[in-house]
Design a protein around this ligand. Structure first.
Ligand code: DGP
Length: 114
């Protein structure tokens, strides 16, 4: 998708601080970090959000979760704790319509979210 900023990051057309990549998944630092560690984990393939994911995406979504734990360990926030969140649609606060999980940590995170 030419107009999707995350597709452009995956293809290398747009810059990003990449922390992980393989043939299916990509992870990079959020441009507007909301915590000392704020990494976005995305599939290379353009999926709009969880509402658009299908059973065929189940293994991919599982890999995203496992990768989140792995990155948390590498970033040194596994023990102190972290949050994995995906915003979906208008009420969810989604602003980039390419599925992504925010991995947040490095400070105490309040609950409930605003
Ligand atoms: P959301 O609002 O849940 O759709 O989150 C989108 C996130 O993406 C937001 O925290 C800011 C981040 N973001 C948007 N554009 C860019 C970009 O071009 N580069 C990077 N690194 N992050 C971006």
């Amino acid at each position: 998708m030419d107009s999707c900023i995350f597709c452009r990051i995956v293809s290398g057309e747009a810059p990003a601080q990449v922390v992980y990549e393989d043939d299916e998944l990509f992870a990079f630092e959020d441009r507007h970090p909301a915590a000392p560690v704020h990494i976005l984990i995305i599939p290379r393939r353009h999926i709009v959000n969880l509402a658009e994911a299908t059973p065929d995406d189940a293994a991919l979504l599982g890999r995203m979760a496992v990768l989140a734990g792995e990155i948390a360990r590498r970033q040194g926030i596994a023990e102190s704790g972290f949050r994995l969140v995906t915003n979906s649609g208008r009420h969810g606060g989604q602003s980039v319509f390419h599925l992504h999980w925010h991995l947040l940590g490095g400070r105490h995170l309040g609950w409930p979210p605003g």
